[in-house]
Design a binder for this molecule. Structure first.
Ligand code: NAP
Length: 309
């Protein structure tokens, strides 16, 4: 039986791997469908401490992987689709494979919800379509951009983008924002933000280099279609946490995020099971906060395993 299995190879998973490996626990890290996690889809990370010149997401994750394996962490490709968590034994199933461990850190991340429209996949990550203003906003300095969505995330993205962009058009499918009042007020009062209501984005249109040049929108009341010129399309229609295998086993909130125990960010109600990163955090969702949670989860797991022995 493994001492500890870490699910996920994003910032949270690898940081937990570094800490538990340095504690001589020989962690097994299981890599899911997106090796390296969400950061691997970001061209450049400018806000991870220690990289004044920025670092591309793929390289950063590669460095974290090397750091974890250098200390003895093992990485195996296995997408866990079912779990059985008992007091003394945690069993994980990945298709035909079966794993057993004393302790588990769940760091399975979240995937941004996408629109599923023509042009979106083709221009995602570097060609004008993105889901993270904090990561990519600065690349659109002086340009016109669009944010899609009407929740707190969309407002936050739109407000953040006003720091760099000439104009931010907020396209929402209804005629009022879902966001909290304060965020909605701040957004709608901002001189650089222009809302377009009752509209769905039907297509993202490319220029001759294959980069975004405009979106085609449809007014849902009049059915009229029009184009909005933009160099960047920021999709902020929510995230889907990767927590399906834990449904009914660990408490989830109404959006599917894992709920840690009260007064703890990383402990769950099941002894030996910890959570870290975007699968349990819908508020910060940053690489550095995920890494921080990975560290916390690792230290908690290490203490729990030591007490158990
Ligand atoms: P959200 O509240 O679920 O809002 C998603 C928005 O996207 C909604 O306006 C929704 O439209 C729209 N949408 C969903 N699917 C769509 C589709 N297929 N096409 C077009 N529009 C679509 O998600 P969120 O904004 O990411 O927030 C998630 C949670 O985190 C919330 O509890 C939020 O309060 C919290 N959060 C808080 C902060 C903060 O406090 N600073 C910041 C970010 C997030 P409808 O309105 O029509 O449903």
């Amino acid at each position: 039986m493994e001492n500890i299995i870490i699910l996920g190879t994003g910032c949270a998973g690898f940081t937990a791997g570094i800490y538990t490996a340095r504690a001589n626990l020989r962690p097994l890290i299981l890599e899911g469908k997106q090796p390296g996690g969400q950061l691997t889809t970001t061209s450049e990370v400018e806000n991870f401490p220690g990289f004044p010149e920025g670092v591309d997401g793929f390289s950063l994750m590669d460095q974290l992987r090397k750091q974890a394996t250098k200390f003895g962490a093992r990485v195996e490709n296995a997408y866990v689709d079912r779990v059985e968590f008992h007091q003394d034994k945690k069993v994980l199933f990945a298709g035909e494979k079966r794993f057993e461990a004393h302790s588990v850190i769940i760091a399975t991340g979240a995937a941004p919800r996408l629109l599923g429209i023509p042009g979106e996949q083709e221009m995602y990550g570097g060609k004008g379509v993105t889901t993270c203003a904090t990561c990519d906003g600065a690349f659109y300095r002086g340009m016109e951009v669009v944010v899609v969505g009407g929740g707190d995330s969309a407002c936050e993205e739109a407000l953040f983008l006003t720091r760099f962009c000439k104009k931010v058009t907020l396209v929402h499918r209804r005629d009022e924002l879902r966001a909290s009042q304060i965020m909605a007020k701040r957004t709608l009062e901002h001189e650089k933000i222009q809302p377009i209501w009752n509209s769905s984005v039907e297509e993202i249109l490319a220029d001759e280099e294959g980069k975004a040049r405009a979106i085609r929108i449809k007014n849902l009341k009049s059915e009229e279609q029009s184009e909005v010129a933009c160099k960047g399309v920021f999709i902020a229609i929510g995230h889907i946490p990767n927590t399906k295998p834990f449904q009914g086993i660990i408490p989830l909130d109404e959006n599917g995020y894992l709920i840690p125990e009260e007064k703890s960010m990383v402990k769950t109600s099941i002894p030996g099971i910890y959570v870290a990163g975007d699968c349990a955090d819908h508020v910060f969702r940053q690489a550095i906060t995920a890494a921080g949670m990975g560290c916390q989860a690792a230290i908690e797991a290490e203490r729990w395993l030591a007490e158990k022995k």
